[in-house]
Design a protein around this ligand. Structure first.
Ligand SMILES: NC(=O)c1ccc[n+]([C@@H]2O[C@H](COP(=O)([O-])OP(=O)(O)OC[C@H]3O[C@@H](n4cnc5c(N)ncnc54)[C@H](O)[C@@H]3O)[C@@H](O)[C@H]2O)c1
Length: 365
């Protein structure tokens, strides 16, 4: 394959390319750029075990997309990143940085590993961008955990299947917007390492003028998630419903509310941002009012779709720094990019996860 910063080719770099958002980005951007270069060393297997390895997805991408180039490298190793960025240089037009340690519970086990991947790894990629391709667009997948447990201070009330926010509160209609404070709150170690990365990405925009954008995700989901108990809510729930494995609900009576966005809808947001970037901007992104559910409601939907009854237990200890009610207000993004809209609702998301899982795990049918 021809590749040199001297040639007139366009390249997108995707970190975490075998993961949920990374792989969706590869699938989308291989039709927009000459080459997509993915960086992923399957660290997810180290975090969550063999069942959550993203190797199967890397193999799929390598088979399906002839202009996809995989680099089995660690974003923490600056010298390795340097080789990749030097190789493609100014041909790099877009960087989508999704590689991460994504679980707040796992982060407490190895805070230094978590911080080195999430914060230092992000700084490494930003620096590579600044040195080798400063006119590229840099997209970062941040998280709603940057708000710590501030969302849990909202006035809520209980309904039969979920918690709801007091209708008189400003966030009740559209969800939580970017004005929520990220300060003076318990973030979890994961939230703290992501805050560091989130601020760095904003800073490379505001200080250096790099065309960066921060996307603070609610629950990001889709058929290519390698769901684990510690990460990948709907994917893991569907896996348990299909395979008959025991699922544990942690706290809040199972009425905690999450909003869920399909990875495809998130990647089309990236595409809109790429074409007209608002430098250093921050967006809350998630299913918003289009697709949200409590754990109990999600279980019901999974049972309807699979025809199985989920085997679950309830543990009344909620996860540390877990949100009781979180719905992302995506109106700022919609205001900046009015052409964008959702293409998946919750039932469509879960049905797609189900169909792909039963194909991927035929023995579980
Ligand atoms: N999935 C969600 O619900 C969610 C919600 C909010 C934010 N996010 C953020 O979105 C991003 C993508 O999430 P995802 O669900 O696609 O995660 P994922 O775990 O499916 O994908 C991440 C990929 O990065 C790779 N990786 C991890 N550390 C690496 C390293 N040091 N070097 C190279 N590769 C490495 C992993 O092997 C994995 O394939 C993450 O930054 C995550 O924090 C995810």
């Amino acid at each position: 394959m021809a590749k040199s910063s001297n040639l007139n080719i366009s390249v997108a770099i995707i970190t975490g390319s075998a993961g949920l958002i990374g792989s969706e980005s590869v699938a989308f951007f291989t039709s927009k750029f000459d080459y997509v270069v993915g960086i992923d060393n399957d660290l997810r297997k180290y975090f969550f075990g063999v069942d959550s390895s993203t190797n199967w997805n890397r193999e799929r991408l390598q088979k399906e997309f002839t202009n996809y180039v995989h680099k089995n490298l660690d974003i923490r190793k600056l010298e390795d990143m340097e080789i990749v960025f030097q190789e493609y240089g100014e041909s790099i037009k877009l960087i989508v940085h999704t590689a991460a340690q994504p679980s707040h519970e796992w982060a407490a086990r190895e805070p230094t590993t978590d911080f080195s991947v999430n914060a230092l790894g992000t700084l490494n990629i930003l620096e590579m961008c600044r040195r080798y391709c400063p006119s590229s667009v840099f997209i970062f997948t941040s998280t709603n955990k940057v708000y710590g447990d501030n969302p849990n201070l909202l006035p809520i009330y209980e309904t039969e299947t979920r918690w709801e926010v007091d209708p008189n509160h400003a966030f009740a209609v559209n969800g939580i917007d970017e004005t929520m404070s990220i300060d003076q709150t318990k973030h979890s170690l994961f939230g703290a390492s992501k805050v560091a990365a989130d601020i760095l990405v904003q800073e490379y925009g505001k200080y250096f003028g790099i065309r960066t954008g921060v996307f603070r995700g609610g629950c990001l989901t889709g058929p290519n998630h390698s769901g684990a108990q510690l990460h990948g809510f709907l994917s893991y729930l569907m896996k348990c419903t299909i395979k008959g494995e025991l699922y544990t609900i942690f706290g809040y009576k199972g009425k905690q509310v999450r909003d869920n966005i399909h990875s495809f809808d998130l990647v089309t947001m990236f595409w809109h941002f790429y074409q007209n970037p608002h430098i250093g901007e921050v967006y809350n992104v998630g299913g918003g009012q289009n697709a949200n559910c409590s754990v109990l409601e999600a279980i019901k939907l999974c049972e309807e779709i699979t025809g199985n009854i989920l085997n679950y237990e309830y543990d009344n200890r909620n996860r540390d720094a877990d949100h009781i009610w979180y719905i992302s207000d995506v109106s700022k993004f919609k205001r900046h990019y009015p052409q964008w809209n959702y293409t998946y609702n919750l039932k469509q998301i879960l049905t797609e996860i189900y169909l792909s899982m039963t194909q991927r795990l035929p023995s579980t049918k």
